[in-house]
Ligand binder design. Structure first.
Ligand code: FAD
Length: 354
């Protein structure tokens, strides 16, 4: 019987649902790309107030070293990290690596007192994780132990620009637009994906979401080839393709985007005590970003309704200090939730036709 295929994808193609991703930071662009790959027949748009180079990811170092979300089971965090690492490792091995700003970087995580977690949950996903040798530890006379490994780094803006280029190639519309209330989109779109980072504090009124301010320096020091992360990551030296990121700070509840000169000096001094050659670094630029932090990433479906009308929403925000490390994994999960919304729409429109 013609036209009666029960396959969900065929049904979706007939309906061509309209989906908007709000936010063009790392999470919005990577989620939109994943949706455009999974549902090529969707009419997909990205709406955002800001784009690279004015997003949080443009401040970050972009290292794949997971941050732990206390409200999310470790096996889920591990899965997100593994999916992200595998995805970026494939890009790093392709001819697109340079344009996408993805590269492998080796280095050391060093400790003054031994960490509680000698073997972190992500140790078998990064490459070559092992305790540091005595010879390596000689470089860090103030530290007693350490771990050596190779991981990936996403340099921004290149990675964000690469994502945006891929989106446009997949036919996704990209618009500059500030959304004051998700409900304002209900006449234009069937499904809205909320990837607004710290913007979700105002947009969704989420009291659990708080900024954790981070100040970093981007310096020219091309001789620094290995990363160094001190203990819990409060001080770090992360070499990228064009600059080295020196950090950092974690100021809970601070909304200030203005650089603080005293903090700049403190970061520089701390990093020089780890890597004394940085005294000769040049072209120091100071950047500040607000990590969108909560106990777990909010990855959830919600149905907004007013006066009998409904809007299907998928939230994906609250990636805090670890967005780069898990973004492809959470993008896949958000895409699965978008698929559920589309299937629900399809179900309700078939019922309406009957
Ligand atoms: P954002 O980049 O803030 O994007 C939000 C987007 O939503 C923006 O485009 C914004 O304009 C838009 N938006 C907001 N509100 C609205 C609205 N009302 N209407 C329309 N658009 C709106 N993570 C790692 O894994 N490794 C690291 O090494 C690392 N280092 C970091 C260092 C620092 C100093 C900082 C600050 C963060 C670091 N992070 C790191 C964390 C990582 O950068 C974040 O988790 C990630 O960038 C968050 O991305 P996002 O897309 O959710 O937010």
């Amino acid at each position: 019987m013609q036209g009666a295929c029960p396959c969900q994808l065929c049904a979706l193609e007939m309906a061509a649902p309209k989906v908007a991703v709000v936010g063009a930071g790392l999470i919005g662009l990577s989620t939109a790309l994943c949706i455009s790959e999974a549902f090529p027949s969707c009419r997909l748009s990205v709406l955002s107030e800001q784009f690279s180079p004015n997003t949080t990811g443009d401040v970050a170092a972009g290292m794949l070293i997971p941050h732990t979300y206390p409200g999310t089971p470790i096996h889920v965090q591990k899965q997100w990290f593994k999916e992200t690492f595998t995805y970026l490792f494939a890009i790093s091995n392709s001819a697109e690596a340079s344009e996408a700003g993805i590269h492998l970087v080796s280095g050391w995580q060093v400790f003054k007192t031994p960490p509680k977690d000698q073997v972190p949950f992500w140790s078998d996903i990064v490459l070559g994780f092992r305790p540091m040798s005595a010879a390596e530890l000689q470089k860090f006379p103030q530290h007693r132990s350490g771990q050596a490994f190779t991981t990936l780094k996403c340099d921004c803006p290149p990675y964000l620009l690469w994502l945006e280029k891929r989106l446009r190639a997949n036919g996704v519309q990209v618009h500059t637009r500030k959304v004051a209330d998700l409900w304002e989109l209900h006449r234009e779109y069937d499904v809205v994906v909320n990837c607004t980072g710290i913007g979700a504090h105002q947009l969704g009124g989420d009291p659990e979401l708080l900024p954790v301010r981070g100040q970093v320096l981007k310096v020219h020091a091309p001789w620094v080839k290995h990363f160094i992360r001190d203990g819990d990551g409060s001080t770090y030296v992360y070499p990228g393709i064009d600059s080295v990121t020196l950090g950092g700070t974690r100021e809970k509840g601070s909304w200030s985007l203005s650089p603080d000169p005293g903090t700049t000096k403190d970061i520089f001094d701390r990093c020089c005590s780890l890597e004394p050659s940085l005294q000769r670094a040049q072209d120091v630029r100071v950047k500040v970003g607000l990590r969108p932090s909560r106990s777990s990433v909010r990855l959830q479906r919600e149905v907004l309704s007013r006066g009998g009308a409904k809007l299907l929403v998928v939230h994906s925000y609250g990636h805090g200090a670890g967005g780069f490390s898990v973004h492809r994994g959470t993008a896949k999960e958000a895409t699965r939730l978008v698929g559920e919304c589309i299937a629900a729409l399809q179900g309700s429109s078939s019922r309406a036709k009957l």
